[in-house]
Design a protein around this ligand. Structure first.
Ligand code: ADP
Ligand code: MG
Length: 618
């Protein structure tokens, strides 16, 4: 209808090429229907570019009415800047045809791609006419382009992906492709895999993993973060985190797998875990007390089993407490110095400190500390080496050294002093008996007593000598105590005190009677002197695997730490009229008997234990 006036010519022309038509009338009708309804634009014209008639599709395609098209001619609908257009229409004068793609112009100025069939032919009158059939291919071209583009994108994303990737056709389990990362990491060539069945390929560390993966995918449609093992061409086993899903390609189900190699990080995690385990073991089984405390706040973050044993308190009570609140550090400024040194030098070794733990027991420790990060905080890991015993031995040694020195000195001078003293005493006794001194006999008696006291001190002093001869014989300690009992008892009664005996069943030991008597007297006297009226002193004997023990327990006020450190040093006394020799003599006697003296003291009393070795059988 758009090109009504040229229809006749057109149909006439068309008919000439189609002798198989049933009748001219019918053919004309067919041609008209095709012309009107064709989705392609049909344009009839002359070789010079003028347009004689167009169909409805042409009008839609170029955005012009039929009249407009006829008025503007071919030049307005074809972009002759496109060399293909120039080639299509060129200088064509004679019948012939061109088929190809050219650029066309819409009325609004936009360009689009069209596939044209351009034919020059002679009409029934022998005049050259042109017909042009145009198909707009810009949309299908766009689709094709984007398809190619997405295919390219996919294959690039596949090939150059950082993850190892495979595509498998599920129907036959055939591996279609492996990407660069896969080939690089596993050491295979593409040709070794392509087209082969997954079951016969060696790259799965465990084919059961694949089976489980497929089950999961069947159920959920995909899988991610699935840890699998894989086998390299070298035979080496690695680990990967796998993600996979099914997609349709050419109406077939395919499996796309991508996997990230986690072998290194797994190894690192395992190493970390094993070093953590080693640390935990070393920490908890260490025979030294260990603890981790935050450097700045002083919060206790971790303590080991040895620490807990020493402290006798459950872990929960300790963790999270502030170390200053626990009172562990007897001298808080020492902790300050310790921490400052660690901050400065990173590590401190053998820092001597004194700790008081929950039990009240005081420890001398050598601390070694190192700065460590712990739970995102700067902390100090400390190891405490308990040297309480060592220090005690050292004190003991020093005490014995002093004893020995004094003992030796006393041995050499005692004789020299005693001789003149006994001369003076002798004369005093002589003179005291004479009438002319009767008035002063009282003073003389006092002088004699003082001389006796001096003599007693010298005797005691002499007993400090290390190499003083002793006469040791097997005897029962209980007998010695019983023999002394009346004397001790009267001593106690005088002070309104009471002595209790708890003598156990003990074997004989090697003792020097006189010395043991002295030892018991000195210890019992000290105990009585420490107590107030009504006090009770207990003397106990018993045997255990350490030997035979005599324990003298008083109910006195105990000793200060300072006193504890000094006892046994000759002339150390806290009493106004004490000599400070009693314990020195006791230590000396114990030493000659290979016995040890242990002291336990507190506000409720003091126990002196003398532990004698058992006699060797035979
Ligand atoms: P002295 O008895 O002459 O003072 P010692 O050597 O016997 O000399 O004792 C030394 C010091 O040890 C005493 O002065 C006292 O301070 C202390 N001491 C000894 N035994 C006890 C005890 N059982 N209780 C309290 N303190 C004691
Ligand atoms: Mg004494």
């Amino acid at each position: 209808m758009t090109a009504a006036k040229s229809t006749e010519k057109v149909t006439g022309l068309a008919n000439s090429g189609n002798p198989a038509s049933s009748s001219n009338e019918d053919t004309n009708l067919y041609h008209q229907a095709i012309f009107d309804n064709s989705p392609d634009a049909i344009i009839f014209g002359l070789p010079d570019g003028s347009i004689l008639s167009v169909n409805a599709a042409a009008c839609r395609m170029f955005g012009r009415s039929a009249e407009e098209m006829c008025a503007v001619g071919r030049g307005a609908i074809i972009d002759f800047d496109d060399p293909r257009s120039r080639e299509a229409f060129g200088e064509r004068e004679q019948p012939g045809s061109f088929h190809g793609e050219i650029t066309l112009l819409h009325q609004d100025g936009t360009r689009f791609e069209g596939e044209i069939t351009y034919i020059l032919f002679k009409d029934s009158n022998g005049r050259i006419r042109s017909s042009m059939i145009v198909r707009d291919v810009s949309e299908s071209k766009k689709v094709a382009d984007s398809l190619r583009w997405s295919e390219e994108k996919f294959s690039k994303a596949f090939e150059y992906n950082q993850a190892m990737m495979t595509i498998t056709r599920l129907r036959c389990n055939t591996l279609l492709d492996i990407n660069r990362e896969f080939r690089k990491n596993l050491g295979y060539e593409r040709e070794e895999f392509r087209g082969r069945s997954v079951e016969e390929l060696p790259h799965w560390g465990d084919l059961n993993d694949r089976q489980k993966m497929l089950q999961h995918i069947n159920e959920y449609g995909y899988i991610s973060n699935y840890e699998v093992s894989f086998r390299k061409k070298s035979g080496e086993i690695g680990y990967a985190l796998l993600a996979a899903s099914i997609f349709e390609l050419a109406q077939e189900k395919h499996l796309l797998c991508s996997a990230i190699d986690i072998t290194e990080s797994k190894k690192a995690t395992e190493e970390l875990r094993s070093s953590q385990e080693i640390f935990d073991k070393a920490f908890n089984t260490n025979p030294h007390a260990m603890f981790i405390v935050s450097m700045n706040k002083g919060t206790i973050l971790e303590v080991n089993d040895t620490f807990l044993e020493l402290n006798a308190c459950p872990r929960e009570e300790l963790i999270g407490q502030n170390i200053f609140d626990t009172g562990f550090w007897i001298q808080p400024h020492a902790r300050h110095r310790y921490i400052e040194r660690i901050k400065r030098e990173g590590v401190v070794r053998n820092f001597e400190a004194r700790f008081r733990l929950h039990t009240g027991k005081i420890f001398t420790v050598l601390l070694s500390g190192v700065a460590i990060p712990w739970k995102n905080e700067p902390c100090v890991l400390s190891i405490a080496n308990d040297i309480t015993q060592l220090r005690r031995y050292q004190q003991e040694m020093a005490r014995l050294d002093r004893l020995n020195m004094i003992g030796e000195m006393s041995a050499s001078i005692a004789h020299e002093i005693r001789n003149p003293m006994s001369t003076v005493k002798g004369f005093l006794q002589l003179l005291k008996g004479q009438d002319r001194y009767a008035e002063d006999s009282e003073y003389m008696q006092l002088m004699i007593e003082e001389l006796d006291r001096a003599n007693d001190i010298i005797t005691e002093f002499l007993s400090l000598a290390k190499n003083k001869p002793v006469d040791k014989k097997p005897e029962n300690l209980n007998e010695r105590i019983k023999a002394l009992w009346p004397l001790l008892q009267s001593d106690a009664t005088k002070r309104d005190m009471y002595i209790k005996l708890e003598l156990g069943n003990i074997p004989d030991i090697m003792i020097d009677k006189d010395e043991i008597r002295q030892l018991i007297l000195n210890l019992v006297r000290n105990g009585l002197e420490a107590m107030s009226a009504k006090g009770r002193l207990t003397i106990k004997t018993y045997e255990n695997r350490n030997g035979v023990t005599m324990a003298i327990h008083d109910q006195g006020p105990g000793m200060s730490t300072e006193t504890q450190e000094k006892i046994g040093t000759p002339f150390f006394t806290t009493k106004p009229d004490g000599t400070g020799l009693g314990l020195a003599v006791c230590y000396s006697i114990a030493q000659r008997h290979n016995a040890t003296i242990k002291v336990q003291t507190g506000s409720r009393g003091t126990v002196f234990k003398v532990i004698f070795p058992l006699m060797q059988p035979g």
